[in-house]
Design a protein around this ligand. Structure first.
Ligand SMILES: [Zn+2]
Length: 167
């Protein structure tokens, strides 16, 4: 980070001109200008950095006094950033495929490599948590949780399904 010295001429946002103008640094604190004099209008005010490209958002709130212009400009920037990010339709798909991947990993850890022979699923069957179930449609799953009297969650390869059972 460059440091500034008193008397230096720098670009800063003038709170009166509401524009970026040349300013003379009147006072510095740790190399950061704290008080500047606008060379265009002569007003002395605290240093406001010229709005360069995307600065961390939190900083904006500090110097709203300059008027509404800055706030609106800030909002526009935020919106533009959002718009720039939006046209990626893959984000949801990415999330989805990530979820499916996690799901499969979870399923693998719960079901794959288990020696136990899965019990054939039946609505009238009774299943224990962690036991394996073989479902005609969903395949092999592991019982995650029982919801007495007649429901259970089973982890199948393509997700958790709530099935009927007797428990
Ligand atoms: Zn000015």
């Amino acid at each position: 980070m460059s440091s500034f010295v008193t008397g230096q001429i720098i670009e800063a946002r003038c709170t009166r001109c509401k524009d970026v103008t040349g300013h003379v640094v009147m006072a510095c604190l740790d190399g950061v200008p704290v008080k500047v004099e606008c060379r265009a209008c002569g007003s002395v005010h605290k240093y406001v950095a010229p709005e360069v490209h995307a600065r961390p958002r939190g900083e904006r709130a500090v110097r709203v006094q300059g008027g509404h212009n800055r706030v609106e400009a800030g909002d526009a920037t935020v919106k533009a950033e959002k718009r720039a990010a939006a046209p990626r339709p893959t984000r949801e798909q990415q999330q989805m495929s990530r979820r499916m991947e996690e799901n499969e990993q979870r399923w693998n850890s719960l079901v794959a490599g288990r020696a136990a022979v899965p019990a054939a699923y039946s609505m009238n069957g009774t299943f224990a948590v962690d036991s394996l179930v073989d479902h005609p449609v969903f395949g092999t799953g592991a019982v995650l949780e029982l919801f007495p009297p007649d429901k259970m969650d089973v982890m199948f390869k393509d997700g958790v399904k709530r099935l009927r059972c007797v428990c």
